[in-house]
Write a new protein. Sequence first.
Length: 202
Amino acid sequence: METSSSNGVLMWLRSPVKFGAVTSQQPEVFGKYHLLEKIATGGMAEVYRARSYGISGFEKILVIKRILDHLGKDDEFVRLFIDEARIAVSLIHTNIVQVFELGEEEGSYYMAMEYVAGLDLARLVNRANRVGPFPVPLACFVVGECLKALQFAHERTDEDGNPLNIVHCDISPQNVLVSTAGEVKVTDFGISRANFQSKEQH
């Protein structure tokens, strides 16, 4: 049975979500994508809600994660960015944000990723606090879904059956996304560790 507190959290989650500032500017053209609005800027990359196009009016909303300009000239940061993409693209799981493409456009490395319409856990908790304590059943559900993602990543093997031993090193509320449909997805494997990395570094 849902409490008034949990009802309030669900109301916040299912209400329309605006991640970036709404502007009247035309979308930025970035290769084959249109960057619609900036979602966030981190220490390594900036993240945009974007649109891709296909034949017969096909359109798809996704996320473009683009390495910051000044870091694109740093070989170490580029390697970390590519490693993140290599790890994430191997993880096809309902609780992990999917990576569709790793590319380079005019010297800028980027990833095309799944768009999750909702909130990250940090924002969700902040909103929930306005209507009361975060409901324990919802907290347990989110934790359980995150554990499914982490277990899947850690048990992932390569094509020869060798364990990759992938460990996500930054499970913070900002890296857990909760969709308006009730899905929980882990994102940002930027500082993760996997066996193939240690092999290449020796």
